[in-house]
Design a protein around this ligand. Structure first.
Ligand code: NAD
Length: 484
């Protein structure tokens, strides 16, 4: 930023049936900048009547869009991506203003989101079915892929561009319509994305954006017979609640929930280099990442070198407003995360842990928290059991392969896991042994547009990304015919 111009925040409105609007009952909530605690704007809430309009629009949009060829759908989506890329700098500023992450990370998120949308535009053209040989001459048996129907999607505040990109592009590329309720805490980025689709010529009703009291909106939408598919990214308790409602209507669902990713560092690696990779991953987005490396198990021989380097990096990170040049970690996204960090640090200390650096809120304006490293952590403490979703890193030692795999697999989470080793045999063995939807060996890059992203155990089901991500919005119809 050159500092001479104040960044411009997005105009806050909803998009229903191809028109931008405020809520019909006039209800709003403030959107707050987490770095300053100053309001950025007033966000409209949808009334029940507004949600019904969105449902009717999605129904109508689906009827039009499913008949549009995959080739023509891809053209519209690619045009939207072009607009999104042209506006990337402004969208990244909006993202940092409302979410807090440093501008550099926001720019990467916007770039990755564009790549995701583009990938789905291409993949939507490859929703192939298959021909299955018949048992009699003249019988033609076909497995045909069709869009599942109107989708209700709910996205969180930690990735305001990537999470809507996956759901919007996946649904639309497959030929579905969608009603998305993006996070009320970070709505501007998704609004900017929806504007690109509108201007690219997406027919009215195919994409609708609403806001409101989360449980009121999700209950109303999921109960509607119009909605055929639910996609949610967020916490495990909310995911279970929405999955139950989806089950009531036997609706297809994708649940991208929390994780508490183990990082296993074997003693055949360079501990200093590994600590650099691990710490960079840990403090990205101030630790508010579902696949963030969060439980560091380090083999005894390299423990001290790894921990010393990690602590040194944490101590020297520059924390501040994400828009300011030189900032390496922004604020937490909301006061709930500050309170949660204070709670897990106090609980760890109560269980005998040693705070090596950090452990406290910074100042009293803006939701800043110190990059924190904790050692001597009791495995029973919250920090080792509950997803921290913040900049607190526990580092603990281990002795053997079998012991560490057991400890890594001990929780109900199963989203991401990482291991560092120079042995191919250990790499294969640990990747096989970890109960996790995604495993990164010797690096943390497990989320690409073309690769399947999703968890096992209580971290959820279904995938976003990869051919599995498109599959989430398709159903299979079997058609058999015989010539007469
Ligand atoms: P939360 O559990 O209240 O909300 C999580 C997300 O779900 C938010 O975006 C919220 O708007 C949405 N939500 C809540 N209730 C909903 C409902 N009934 N219907 C539809 N959407 C609903 O908690 P929070 O304070 O926002 O976040 C706390 C925890 O959530 C974190 O510790 C983390 O574990 C988890 N989380 C996970 C992800 C992820 O990427 N998987 C993202 C954000 C939060």
């Amino acid at each position: 930023m050159d500092g001479s111009r104040a960044p411009v925040y997005e105009k806050l409105e909803m998009f229903i049936g191809g028109k931008w609007c405020q809520g019909s009952e006039g209800k709003t909530e403030d959107v707050v900048n987490p770095a300053t605690e100053q309001p950025l704007g007033k966000l409209p809430h949808a009334s029940k009547a507004d949600l019904d309009r969105a449902l009717a629009a999605a129904q109508k949009g689906f009827e039009t869009w499913r008949k549009t060829s995959a080739y023509d759908r891809a053209k519209v989506i690619r045009k939207a991506v072009d607009l999104f890329r042209q506006r990337a700098d402004a969208i990244a500023q909006t993202l940092t203003l409302e979410q807090g992450k440093v501008l550099g990370e926001a720019k990467i998120e916007v770039t990755v989101s564009a790549d995701i949308i583009e990938w789905y535009a291409e993949e939507g053209r490859r929703a192939y079915g298959r021909i299955i040989p018949g048992r009699m001459a003249g019988v033609r048996q076909m497995a045909v892929r069709e869009p599942v129907g109107p989708v209700a999607a709910f996205t969180p505040w930690n990735f305001p561009a990537v999470t809507p990109a996956r759901k919007i592009a996946g649904a639309i590329a497959a030929g579905c319509s969608i009603i998305i309720k993006a996070s009320e805490e970070t709505p501007g980025t998704c609004i900017a994305m929806v504007r690109c689709f509108e201007e690219a010529g997406l027919p009215a009703g195919v994409l609708n954006l609403v806001f409101g009291v989360p449980n009121d909106v999700s209950t109303h939408l999921i109960a509607s017979p119009v909605i055929r598919k639910i996609s949610f990214t967020g916490s495990i308790p909310v995911g279970k609640h929405l999955a139950r409602m989806a089950a009531d209507g036997m609706k297809k669902a994708t649940m991208e929930l929390g994780g508490h990713s183990p990082v296993i560092v074997f003693d055949d690696v360079d501990p200093v280099k590994t600590a650099e990779i691990a710490a960079a991953g840990k403090y990205r987005n101030a630790g508010q990442v579902c696949i963030s490396p969060t439980r560091f198990f380090v083999q005894e021989k390299v423990f001290d070198k790894f921990a010393d380097k990690f602590i040194d990096i944490a101590k020297n990170l520059k924390v501040g407003n994400g828009l300011e040049a030189g900032t390496q970690m922004g604020p937490l996204a909301n006061i709930r995360r500050v309170n949660a960090m204070e709670g897990i640090v106090a609980d760890a200390q109560g269980n005998g842990a040693r705070i090596q650096t950090g452990g406290k809120r910074i100042g009293n304006q803006g939701y800043f928290f110190q990059p924190t490293v904790v050692t001597n952590v009791d495995e029973k403490s919250k920090l080792m059991r509950d997803e921290p979703f913040g900049p607190v890193a526990p580092i603990v030692p281990f002795k053997t392969f079998d012991e560490v795999v057991k400890r890594a697999n001990a929780l109900e989470y199963g989203l991401a896991a990482y291991a560092f080793t120079h042995s191919t045999a250990t790499a294969t063995a640990v990747a096989d042994a970890l109960e996790s939807g995604m495993v990164g060996v010797n690096h943390l890059g497990i989320s690409m547009p073309e690769t399947p992203f999703g968890g096992v155990k209580e971290s959820g089901y279904g995938h976003e990304g990869g051919i599995e991500g498109l599959d989430a919005y398709l159903i299979t119809k079997f058609v058999t015919q015989i010539g007469v």
